[in-house]
Ligand binder design. Structure first.
Ligand SMILES: [Zn+2]
Length: 99
């Protein structure tokens, strides 16, 4: 299966779990970085999400996993649903929609 298809399936699974029937098209840029950790405000992060207008996700290749991808996709779907990506991870979707 094409990587794009796998990302799309993960995206639609998470959207469905969150009750979002008509999510926007996939974030236009989902890439990985060939390093262990990405620089971020917490020090080193495994993944990063940039909100609109970029809607960009970057995953550290050394830590790549499906749950990590879903985590970053949830940030994008929360941005769509609530207008806020919930950077503090308070939404139950982070616990309930990653499996
Ligand atoms: Zn996060």
């Amino acid at each position: 299966m094409e990587p794009f298809t796998l990302i799309l399936i993960a995206y639609l699974e998470v959207a469905q779990c969150m009750g979002i029937e008509h999510p926007r098209p996939l974030p236009p840029e989902v890439t990985y970085s060939p390093v262990e950790g990405l620089g971020c405000s917490f020090g080193k992060c495994s993944g990063l999400y940039w909100g609109p207008p970029l809607r960009k996700i970057k995953i550290a290749a050394g830590r790549a996993s499906l749950p990590l991808l879903k985590h970053e996709l949830i940030h994008d779907l929360l941005q769509q649903r609530d207008g806020n990506p919930d950077r503090k991870h308070r939404d139950p979707a982070f616990g309930e929609c990653i499996h």
